[in-house]
Design a protein around this ligand. Structure first.
Ligand code: SF4
Length: 97
């Protein structure tokens, strides 16, 4: 499992879903380190430092400005209606234990 849809060579691999659950991968040290780095707006790997989100400086700048603008807009009024997709979890019967 990699962090990125353009990581064709597995340079940002954070885990293996054949051997780990999704939660194990997401909570792994490599995944946390990458998430923390992005949170500080620092490219976490050499691959990300080369990419910076796009093949050219102009594309990279447009993507970064757009993603910040969309994040700010989502804080004001979310574009996604998650409540509509929420499905209650089934209640397990544990036999009174
Ligand atoms: S910076 Fe580039 S390589 Fe890194 S996660 Fe973003 S798109 Fe992928």
């Amino acid at each position: 499992m990699t962090t990125c849809c353009v990581d064709y060579d597995g340079r940002n691999v954070v885990g293996d879903l054949r051997k780990q659950t999704l939660m194990e991968v997401l909570e792994s040290a490599p995944a946390r380190r990458i998430r923390d780095s992005f949170g500080r707006l620092v490219p976490p790997t050499e691959f990300c430092r080369d990419c910076l989100g796009g093949p050219t400086l102009a594309v990279s700048a447009i993507k970064q400005v757009t993603s910040v603008a969309l994040a700010l807009r989502d804080r004001v009024a979310s574009r996604k209606d998650y409540a509509r997709t929420a499905v209650p979890l089934p209640v397990r019967d544990n036999g009174g234990a």
